[in-house]
Design a protein around this ligand. Structure first.
Ligand SMILES: [Zn+2]
Length: 209
């Protein structure tokens, strides 16, 4: 390498790292550039350096701005994110209602036990520490007051006593559990039509995480 200053690498090499290095000057014996050339080179170098600095500063500032802007947004979108997780967890239409409720609770971060046989009515979902139990009922089988819960028009002699027995049994089970100091919640199959409302209801019942 020739030590003379006018053999310094081209500014283009400094500005763009991927550029191929320029061929060195043919000879160190070549005529040195005049003062004007050196000044021009210096001015160009300073411009490139300043532009580079400006860009670097801009990148730092914009990434800082993004970081500070995204923090509160992330906090605000917590609920929609959670909602999306819930929706993803329960999107399958063919899933049994109980499974949908379980997935919803799980997506909200709750952990629970299933079908505790030592409790009256074997509740579908049990929060033992909180002494809270959830039953998930099909509207038809447990005679909900909604459209799905109406008695069938045919074979009424068969269905009516059968379904009314279910209602009496459900009531007794809930009373037994409550006598043991448990709080109970019945989730109806038709409530799965509005998962957001159901999620809010579940959260109200179970309590904070
Ligand atoms: Zn219903």
């Amino acid at each position: 390498m020739c030590p003379l200053p006018w053999t310094m690498p081209s500014l283009d090499r400094i500005a763009t790292t991927n550029a191929a290095p320029r061929a060195p000057r043919e000879s160190c014996q070549a005529q040195p550039p005049g003062l004007d050339d050196l000044l021009g080179e210096f001015v160009r170098f300073r411009q490139v350096f300043q532009i580079d600095q400006v860009f670097r500063q801009y990148r730092i500032e914009s990434s800082l701005a993004q970081a500070t802007m995204s923090a509160p947004i992330a906090m605000d979108t917590r609920t929609p994110q959670q909602r999306r997780r819930i929706m993803q967890a329960v999107k399958s239409r063919d899933t049994k209602p109980e499974m949908v409720v379980r997935r919803c609770l799980h997506a909200m971060g709750y952990r629970y036990r299933l079908h505790r046989k030592d409790l009256p009515g074997r509740p579908d979902i049990v929060f033992a520490g909180r002494r809270k139990a959830i039953f998930v009922h099909g509207c038809f089988w447990h005679r909900h007051g909604c459209a799905k819960g109406q008695l069938p028009k045919s074979r009424l002699n068969y269905w009516k006593p059968k379904l009314e027995d279910n209602v009496i049994r459900d009531k007794t089970r809930l009373e037994e559990l409550e006598d043991l100091g448990w709080q109970t919640l019945v989730v109806w199959q038709c409530e799965l039509d509005d998962m957001e409302a159901l999620a809010a209801r579940l959260q109200d019942f179970v309590g904070a995480l």
